[in-house]
Design a protein around this ligand. Structure first.
Ligand code: 4AD
Ligand code: MG
Length: 457
């Protein structure tokens, strides 16, 4: 159907006087003796288009005025009677799809929790439509950022035989029947589709390293899967993961790139989604825009894990899990560091090797690795990254300590055998980034169909 996006009708002064067809869903209807007003949304903009109906001149199906109904309106664009922008004087209104009164998206403010129960309809609310417009703009900005800087976009496999993070959080991929019997694990997988144990990838990093050690600078942007049993507001079983990998990069380079990329993405949102951010600022997180402007314009903090532990230890009384050197940082510690101590994003670096992954570069102290997590107020960890161990012997030693199957990582080890180079990268959780930029507090509310423990609607 030939029609014009509401966004173009609303804000384009050149459109005044022209005849157009717009299509959309009815968001409100106001009636009076002579005129009636329909507010239409077609998803193209945060603002809705007001359609003015001269009741003496125009006959229309009353179904066209029902909340949620879809209509096509032919009319003339005029300057809005009130406020800025344009509105539409209707000449013809056609019903596309009726919407009965049991439509669950009613005007009274419905809670995010209620809307979680109707993921297929919740995008028709202001909040969710705004979240997904922001998410789309952010995704485009990710590609632009890397493309403009000469990175290649790589698609890493989603089905894999190697567990990148080594934390035992892989979903299994199998075609064997539920009641298949086997005497050993090996026998079970031998008769499976791939002949070996396979799973959904937790990270594209290992394949990213393959590409980076030939192409120089690459990034992946795709789904990662984690079977972790953590039912929190920041964990999903399926999330989108941005993972640049850079040859000849050491930890300080990785940190510099991560900070630069985040600032670029935030600036893109400030520029391209002003209406959405204003809405989130008013209704979701007061001061959001100021926060984002500040983050985009000032330096992030950097602090070593050892320094962080010194700071946290003094506050152990306030934590559910008191810390000492060697403990993994829990969400409460991460939030305390970034919200109470640094009051801005902070890169924590050089973690004890025991609590980090096998592939991280071992520091000269023999106790820590060249890793970094970026912690942000309100969320905690948003990025995890590191310089990678480029020394074959050290890498093999770290893998043996963890009892890993070297055979499954032959190709990965080859990268250290044949022209090894220092390199590094990081992973940004895309949903956590969107949470940070919208103020939305539950990761399920920035994801179209969130998958988490016991939840696959
Ligand atoms: O810290 P993680 O586990 O690091 C990696 O996977 C590395 N291989 C990345 C790399 O160096 N290329 O995950 C990276 C980020 C986290 O900081 C977090 O933002 C996000 O991915 N993330 C999740 N997001 C939502 N739900 C989950 N279950 C997540 N697990 C990690
Ligand atoms: Mg991490």
């Amino acid at each position: 159907m030939k029609h014009t996006d509401i966004k173009n009708v609303l804000f384009n002064a050149d459109m005044v006087g022209s005849n157009v067809v717009v299509c959309g869903w009815v968001r409100t209807f106001r009636d009076s003796a002579q005129v009636a007003f329909l507010e239409l949304s077609d998803g193209s903009s945060f603002q809705k288009l007001q359609v003015v109906i001269d009741k003496n001149a125009l006959q229309f199906d009353p179904e066209c005025t029902k909340l949620g109904a879809s209509v096509a309106v032919k009319g003339t664009v005029v300057k809005a009677y009130k406020g800025t922008g344009n509105e539409l004087n209707a000449a013809e209104i056609a019903l596309l799809g009726k919407c009965p009164p049991e439509y669950p998206i009613q005007k009274k403010r419905t809670t995010l929790e209620f809307l979680r129960g109707i993921p297929h309809l919740r995008l028709r609310t202001n909040t969710f439509a705004a979240v997904f417009r922001v998410r789309s703009v952010a995704a485009q900005a990710v590609h632009r950022y890397f493309h403009e800087r000469g990175y290649y976009y790589i698609n890493a496999p989603l089905i894999t035989a190697s567990d990148c993070e080594g934390a035992g959080e892989m979903f299994r991929v199998t075609t064997r029947p539920w009641n298949a019997v086997a005497k050993t694990e090996e026998e079970y997988y031998k008769n499976d589709f791939f002949g070996v144990k396979a799973g959904l990838s937790v990270s594209g990093q290992l394949e990213g390293e393959v590409a980076a050690t030939a192409l120089g600078k690459i990034y992946t942007f795709g789904p990662s899967f984690r079977a972790e049993n953590s039912n929190t507001t920041r964990h999903l079983a399926e999330f989108w993961h941005i993972e640049p990998e850079i040859a000849f990069a050491e930890l300080p380079d990785v940190i510099e790139i991560a900070e630069d990329m985040l600032k670029y993405l935030i600036r893109a949102l400030l520029e391209e989604c002003p209406d959405e951010l204003k809405f989130f600022d008013s209704f979701v997180e007061k001061g959001l825009i100021e926060k984002l402007e500040h983050v985009a314009g000032s330096d992030f903090a950097v602090c070593s894990y050892t320094e962080a532990i010194e700071i946290l230890k003094k506050e152990n009384a306030r934590f559910q899990f008191p810390v000492e050197w060697g403990s993994d940082l829990q969400s409460e510690h991460e939030k305390y560091l970034t919200e109470a101590v640094f009051k801005r994003p902070v890169f924590v670096t050089d973690y004890p090797k025991e609590i980090k992954s096998f592939y991280m570069k071992q520091n000269a102290d023999g106790r820590t690795v060249a890793a970094t997590d970026l912690l942000v107020p309100g969320i905690g960890e948003i990025i995890g990254g590191s310089e990678r161990e480029a020394d074959l012997n050290k890498l093999v030693a770290a893998m043996s300590e963890r009892g890993m199957d070297m055979n499954a990582y032959r190709q990965y080890l080859d990268l250290r055998r044949f022209g090894s180079v220092p390199h590094g990268g990081f992973g940004l959780g895309f949903e956590r980034f969107v949470m940070y930029c919208t103020g939305i507090e539950n990761i399920r509310d920035v994801t179209l169909f969130p998958r988490s423990v016991k939840n696959i609607m």
